[in-house]
Design a protein around this ligand. Structure first.
Ligand code: CA
Length: 230
């Protein structure tokens, strides 16, 4: 389960420890030293998860978490707060501001990895390696295979990620720009019609078993994966 993780932390020592440990577990790490820096990075690509230090110079981690939760585009990114032991009494406040979890410094790398995994499993099921099945269409992230009624189907890497996202969020409509954020990780440098191209290819790959009907166009809104064929 490799994720792109934005670390917002001002202490270089802790930045290094996090970079090393997350990297060892296959995660890509982006580091911001303060909230302004983090907001700048978030304007480009969305990470899969944010590790957010409570005490930052300038805007605090709590205020940044509030900003992120109030932002239409950023609100779905999971946040784990890093807090010092003395701040632990305030943890409820941290969770109320929209953090998904918190971890107390000094932390064990093992505990941190377990919490990251749990938060991703809950908030971003497309990041996990659990197989998913809807209406006979099955996707297995471990073997990177897709089956339609038990028959192997041939998907390109982008179509695979697109299907993985849609099949783990069934019955929900996503706009092109939301899909760019979640599947491409970027809504700035890729054109929206790129999404249409890959949706077309995905449908083509699913056609053989009739599962292309699950990928539905919602006029004026975007796309959804639904078992209910209209
Ligand atoms: Ca700090």
């Amino acid at each position: 389960m490799a994720a792109t993780i934005l670390v917002v932390e001002d202490e270089p020592g802790i930045q290094e420890v996090l970079k090393f440990n997350l990297g060892q577990h296959g995660h890509d790490v982006i580091v911001a030293a303060d909230a302004e820096d983090a907001l700048g990075l978030l304007r480009g690509a969305l990470p899969d998860l944010i590790l957010l230090d409570w005490m930052l110079p300038g805007m605090s981690g709590i205020d940044l978490a509030r900003r992120i939760r109030a932002d239409q585009r950023l609100r779905s990114v999971p946040i784990i707060m890093l807090t010092a032991r003395t701040e632990e009494r305030d943890k409820v406040l941290g969770l109320d501001t929209g953090a998904d979890d918190y971890i107390t410094k000094p932390f064990s790398p093992r505990e941190l990895m377990a919490r990251i995994k749990a938060v991703l499993r809950r908030r971003a099921p497309q990041m996990t390696e659990d197989p998913v099945e809807v209406a006979g269409l099955k996707l297995d992230p471990v073997s990177h295979r897709v089956y339609g009624d038990g028959m192997p189907l041939d998907l390109g890497p982008t179509e695979f990620r697109l299907l993985h996202f849609l099949i783990t969020h069934p019955e929900r409509v996503y706009s092109r720009s939301q899909l760019l954020d979640h599947v491409w990780g970027d809504h700035v440098f890729v054109e929206e019609r790129t999404v249409d191209v890959h949706i077309r290819r995905l449908r083509g790959a699913l056609e053989g078993t009739g599962h292309d009907k699950l990928i539905q166009t919602v006029r004026g809104a975007g796309y959804r994966l639904s078992e209910t064929v209209v």
